[in-house]
Design a protein around this ligand. Structure first.
Ligand SMILES: [Cu+2]
Length: 439
C-alpha cells in the first residue's frame, strides 16, 4: 500500500486526524476464571478498542498483522472505496502475516459502525468471525446534540462453537460460551450508573452466526437508531432483537435503583454467559433478572408508512436457497441458483449504473433466517414482515426470515465492486456471497 503511505505522510501534518493503529495478534480471552479462550484480537483486547472518528475528516489507519494468518479489516457500514473497504472479493488486499498496511480514509456516514475481520473459517470454528476480531467504531457527526449523559458500548458474542446436525439434516454451529464485552455474566465489572442518568446504549451483535434477544430488567429501552442510523419513529420496547452484525442504539432512563441484569432473553444463552450487571451507586443486594415470557420485535414499528409510489427504480430479484449435499454434510448456499464466485461472473448479474436507484427483492426460499449485508452502502427497508410498504428505515443489515421476502432500496452512488452476503459466517463460507460491479 505504497500509495496509502505517501498519502499519509503528505496529509499527516495538515488535516489528517491522529492515526488509528490496530495490531492483530494471538490473545487469550478470560471469559470467566474457568473459560480461557485462545483467539486473535485487536490491540490485546476483546472487543477491540472503541474507535471514534469525525465524519468527513481525513483519517489515517495503520494495521499490523502479527498473527499467523493473512488478515483484512472490514469497516462495516462505511462508504469507503473497494480498495480499503475490507473484503478481498472487492479487491482489498489481504495483509500477510508479519506485514503492516497503511492508508487514509474519509469516514462517513455518521453513526454507530464497527470493524471486523473478513476472512474464511470453513470447518475451523475459532477463525474469522468465530474469534475476537471485532470492535466498535463511532463516526461522530459534525454537530453532536448529545441528549444523554453517557454512552455504553456492548458487544454480544458466542464462542467455542461446534457443528451440530439439526432436525432438517443441516449442520449449524452451537456454542458453549456467550459473552458481553468478552465476559460471561457475573465475571465482568458491573457497569456503574447513577439514578437520573440517561444512558445511551450502543449494542452490537458480533456473533458469528446467532441472532440475539436482549432485555434490561427493571428498565425499558427507547430505540433511537438501528445500524447507527436514526429511526423515523423512536419506540420504547421491552426487548431488542439483533441479527448478526446488526446494531441497536437505545436510551435508558436510569430510574430504578438497584442491581439489574441486561441479558439474553433465552435462558440457555444467558446461562452460557450472555449478560452484564448494571449497578446503581450505593445499591446493595444481588443482581435481578426478570424473565420475559415472549420474544417481541418488529422492524416495522420504527419506520414511516410509505409516502408515495416510488420513482424510477430498477428491481433486482435475488432468491436464496440451499443445496443439500447429503445428511450431516454442509449445505451449499445459492443466490439465483448459483454459489459464489460462479454467481458473480460478469454475465450473471446486472452491472449497476452509478446514480441509479435499485430495489433488491430478497426472496428467502430456505429454512434458515439470513442477515443480509450490503457493503459500502446504506439501504432503505421498504417491504418487511406483513402489511403495507414502509419508508425511512435506513440499515446496512436486514434479517430475512425463512420463507419470506424482504425488499430494500439503495442509491448506487459509490462506484466500485460491492459485496452482498449473508453475515452468518458459515453461510458466507459456503457460497452465500455475490459481488456487484458498477462504474
Ligand atoms: Cu445466511
Amino acid at each position: 500500500m505504497a500509495a496509502g503511505s505517501l498519502a499519509l505522510s503528505r496529509l499527516s501534518s495538515a488535516q489528517t486526524a491522529p492515526g488509528v493503529v490496530l495490531e492483530i495478534a494471538p490473545y487469550t480471552l478470560e471469559a470467566s476464571p474457568k473459560h480461557h479462550i485462545r483467539t486473535v484480537a485487536y490491540n490485546g483486547r476483546v472487543p477491540g478498542p472503541l474507535i471514534r472518528m469525525r465524519e468527513g475528516q481525513q483519517q489515517s489507519v495503520e494495521i499490523r498483522n502479527k498473527s499467523a494468518n493473512p488478515e483484512i479489516v472490514h469497516w462495516h457500514g462505511l462508504f469507503l472505496p473497494s480498495e480499503i473497504d475490507g473484503a478481498m472479493e472487492e479487491g482489498t488486499p489481504m495483509i500477510a502475516p508479519g506485514a503492516t498496511t497503511r492508508y487514509t480514509m474519509q469516514p462517513s456516514p455518521a453513526g454507530f459502525r464497527w470493524y471486523h475481520t473478513h476472512t474464511f473459517a470453513g470447518k475451523d470454528l475459532t477463525k474469522a468471525q468465530f474469534g475476537g476480531l471485532h470492535g466498535f467504531l463511532l463516526i461522530e457527526p459534525g454537530s453532536n446534540p448529545a441528549p444523554y449523559d453517557r454512552e455504553v458500548f456492548l458487544a454480544l458474542h458466542d464462542w467455542n462453537g461446534h457443528f451440530m446436525s439439526s432436525d432438517d439434516g443441516y449442520m449449524n454451529p452451537v456454542y458453549e460460551v456467550s459473552t458481553i464485552n468478552g465476559k460471561m455474566l457475573g465475571f465482568g465489572d458491573p457497569i456503574q450508573v447513577k439514578s437520573g442518568e440517561r444512558v445511551l446504549l450502543h449494542i452490537l451483535n458480533s456473533s458469528p452466526t446467532d441472532v440475539h434477544w436482549i432485555s434490561f430488567s427493571g428498565h425499558t429501552l427507547k430505540v433511537i437508531a438501528l445500524d447507527g442510523n436514526p429511526v423515523p419513529q423512536p419506540q420504547t420496547v421491552p426487548m431488542l432483537r439483533l441479527a448478526p452484525a446488526e446494531r441497536v442504539s437505545a436510551i435508558v432512563e436510569m430510574n430504578n435503583p438497584g442491581q439489574w441484569v441486561l441479558g439474553e432473553v433465552r435462558k440457555h444463552v444467558q446461562v452460557a454467559g450472555m449478560g452484564i450487571v448494571f449497578e446503581y451507586a450505593n445499591a446493595g443486594g444481588t443482581p435481578i433478572w426478570n424473565q420475559p415470557e415472549d420474544l417481541v420485535w418488529s422492524y416495522r414499528q420504527f419506520a414511516n408508512p410509505a409516502a408515495s409510489p416510488s420513482p424510477a427504480i430498477t428491481p433486482i430479484s435475488l432468491t436464496f436457497d440451499a443445496k443439500f449435499q447429503g445428511h450431516g454434510n454442509e449445505e451449499l448456499w445459492l443466490i439465483n441458483g448459483l454459489t459464489y464466485p460462479q454467481n458473480s461472473a460478469p454475465d450473471k448479474f446486472p452491472r449497476l449504473q452509478a446514480g441509479q436507484r435499485y430495489r433488491l427483492i430478497l426472496h428467502n426460499k430456505s429454512m434458515d433466517d439470513h442477515p443480509i449485508h450490503l457493503h459500502r452502502h446504506t439501504f432503505e427497508v421498504r417491504a418487511v414482515e406483513k402489511g403495507p410498504e414502509i419508508s425511512g428505515l435506513l440499515k446496512d443489515v436486514v434479517l430475512v426470515p425463512a420463507g419470506t421476502t424482504v425488499e430494500v432500496e439503495f442509491l448506487a452512488n459509490h462506484p466500485g465492486k460491492t459485496l452482498l452476503h449473508c453475515h452468518q459466517q458459515d453461510h458466507m463460507d459456503r457460497g452465500f456471497m455475490m459481488v456487484f460491479d458498477y462504474a
